[in-house]
Design a protein around this ligand. Sequence first.
Ligand SMILES: [Zn+2]
Length: 472
Amino acid sequence: MILYNSATRSKDEIKPHTEGKINMYTCGPTVYHFAHIGNLRTYIMEDVLEKFLRYSGYDVKRVMNITDVGHLSSDADTGEDKMLKGAKREHKTVMEIAKFYTDAFFEDCNKLNIKKPDVIEPATNCIPEFIKMVQGLLDKGYAYIAGGNVYFDTSKLKNYYVFNNFDAEDLAVGVRDSVSEDENKRNKTDFVLWFTKSKFEDQELKWDSPWGVGYPGWHIECSAISIKHNGEYLDIHCGGIDNAFPHHTNEIAQSEAYLGHPWCGHWFHVLHLNTSNGKMSKSKGEFLTVSLLEEKGYDPLAYRMFCLQSHYRKAQEFSYEALDNTSAVFNKLIARIAALKNDPSEEINEDAVKKYKDKFKEVLGNDLNTSLAITCLYDVLKADTNDRTKLFLIEDFDRVLSLDLINEAKKYNEKAQSQPESDEDKEIQELVEKRTQARKEKNWAEADRIRDQLKDMGIILEDTPQGVKWHR
Ligand SMILES: [Zn+2]
């Protein structure tokens, strides 16, 4: 598979460290609030990537952290701890907040058919690992203690800015609310590995460490959790573009300094979801969550399809109008699949299966082109082959796309069968029968009058050998 790599700024072949196996790491949510649908776009695209790698035969191990401590309001170590902020807002303890929003996050993922990672690790579970890594960095001279905190010394690195091809705007995101410059830092880009001198006396979660009672910085969490579960070599690191700097940049700095060798070969970043107000955020405009979309009557899977229609490396613009369009497209797609007959006496056409599967693998294998993968579904629907083969292929593609296509089509058919006839349908049927009766009685004038009346209602009649049929 070829996938764009933010670290090399080119589309690179994925080369796992161990043949046939892929270690993947995903930055998980900071569980102080609901995820907005822009956050979830990233998780949807990562999910497609993971499923496509599995579809292609790789043995994938995916690890994700849950940030329940240490992530400050600005990504650059300033401001209040987000978890503490959430707890204060809701008059709960940090751990209560963490539990509530972790559950809410996985509920959203479930609705969007995002598979749970193989390993989910809350940061508060890994304090010994963080301490070990911070100590290792101090021993190797990459870290220093100042004002009670432990800092990473970025001046020790030859190349700190790994992703510096990104727009200034993207790079600025993480540091935009630098309320106060930390005077303990030797260099502006240095970052905190361990806080002991908390700016907030009421920080709830604190642990003993060789440097005093305190808590870890956010960046060290991801490096240590990845190394704990994926070992010293990581194949693909995923995340939203917001995290490229400073978070991922700092992860690379500390991981490679600690390990003494290159750490992760491939960096997968998903671009923003924008609204007409600009980049989606929790504080700006309507707070768009999966639950809100549901309240407004949208199927979460229509939102998944909306994301798949756009390339992950392009910023996507969200509007209700755009989602309405996708919902209509999604419903039509389901209706077309529902019309396919699963006849077990038909033989699956192996040539067609190979042809369409090859195409599907080709488009996703070329930098995860999900919109062309959706086109593959329509190609199958139009294909010159039997319905059973089409259903087989649709089910196969859906292992990656996860739009519940077969299931939704089944539900569609069940609903159509159980739906009682509408009053209008009954009226039409009665008129059709009256007209048939009039024709039998050779009352042509009455038959024509009824035909015209139906025509005014938008109903077309068709005389067939099986009797009269009507459609709108
Ligand atoms: Zn992370």
